[in-house]
Design a protein around this ligand. Sequence first.
Ligand SMILES: C[S@@+](CC[C@H](N)C(=O)[O-])C[C@H]1O[C@@H](n2cnc3c(N)ncnc32)[C@H](O)[C@@H]1O
Length: 462
Amino acid sequence: MRRTRRAPPGGPRLRLLIEGLGSEGEGVGRAQGRAVFVPFALPGERVLARVVHAGARRLVAELDEVLEPAPERVRPPCPVFGRCGGCQLQHAGYSAQLALKRRLLVETLRSVGGLEVGERDGGPRVLAAPEPLGYRNRGQYPVARQARRVVTGFFAPRSHAVVPVEACAIHDPRVDQAVRVVRAWAQRERLRVYDEERRTGWLRHVMARVGVASGQVLVVLVGRHELRCDWRALTRELGARVPGVVGLVLNLQPASSNVILGRRSLPLWGQPHVEESLFGLRFRLSVGSFFQVNTRQAEQLFGRVRAFLGEAAERGRPVVDAYSGVGVLAQVLAQANLPVVGIEVVPQAVADARASARAQGLGGLEFHEGLVEEVLPRLVARGLRPGAVVLDPPRKGCEPAVLEALARSRVPRVAYVSCHPGTLARDLAELRTLGYRLHTLEAVDMFPQTAHVETFAGLVRA
Ligand SMILES: C[S@@+](CC[C@H](N)C(=O)[O-])C[C@H]1O[C@@H](n2cnc3c(N)ncnc32)[C@H](O)[C@@H]1O
């Protein structure tokens, strides 16, 4: 029998049958009348695990030994898997990851939203990614000093200790290459690295963003303040070692919060954005603008949304793209001759959206800068009657004011794109109360090797 051992920490040791799945991809067993969450254990496995946290209703345990592995257990491709907090599912083969995500989605919709889906026809489909590794087009690596060396990597789970990573399995290799060049330069220049506890030092994060279609790479240093420095050595090195590098930007983050990027960015060399293209449209992506991290899967996802809305959006009535980012969906829909109203809170993203729309000569588009929960109710109160609404909120989902406003507008179709099954379930339950019925439910695997689930839910007014 194959056995997998992990370092045993203190705490009582339990022998468990893993039967369920937690929202962060953990295996779930039962002991002492409580659910036991065991990261890196798979449903169907018998394991030994040590309790590291005991709450009133749940225990958390570290996997100590896999006594009976599931057939889908594989050797993780990354040497720091389990220590770095980035991935949660590398120990499952790729088709098993897709099945786990489908199960997670179905169970969350049922337990949080009281919605029954997936009992027939094998449940909602999860569209597989063509590249389960090396797909992330953007990486932001925290920087630390360890044993006198500058290191870059990722935070360990539930911690701010940096686990050094030389080459990440899920990032585009150009991201790692750019980060390695900056790290070596920081070491040579004896740059002061940010110390979170003492709030001293300068360099906090290194970020790199790749335009997959254009091949362009933008490198961003996140520092605590402006810095007088001769940047030429760094730009020379980047130019020589990172294929496609087009710019270097300094982002200023003086706050002692967990938010990675600050509001101001200063171009140090080249252009302060990369270009990306989807469906033959070109988009400008600046430092702080959101863009889906998996370009190829973004195209699959947006294609689904376009098909759902395009069929039914009533000609002449606008589509609202709420939480529009750099206006990708807005422009994809405008390309299909639908008038679109985008709403987005980040000014840089709105500027990027307007610039790309202008550059490709798209008409019938307007972008509003502001909070969806303020702008949408205002537009509806002034008489906006959309033919369809797209909701693509961040993980916390939509404010009630957003859902109420769209119901008041009596919009016939809603496309909800979600990166968090729990808040999706809550909002779908509310939309059901407001008179909307689930028509389509599909997940698109945007984040292979991790437990994140991206879902597209199409709703129609009942
Ligand atoms: C998941 S992203 C989706 C972006 C875009 N639809 C795309 O796929 O490229 C969410 C976007 O909503 C923006 N955002 C977050 N909260 C917001 C709010 N309350 N009102 C308006 N925009 C918000 C973020 O800046 C981000 O651009």
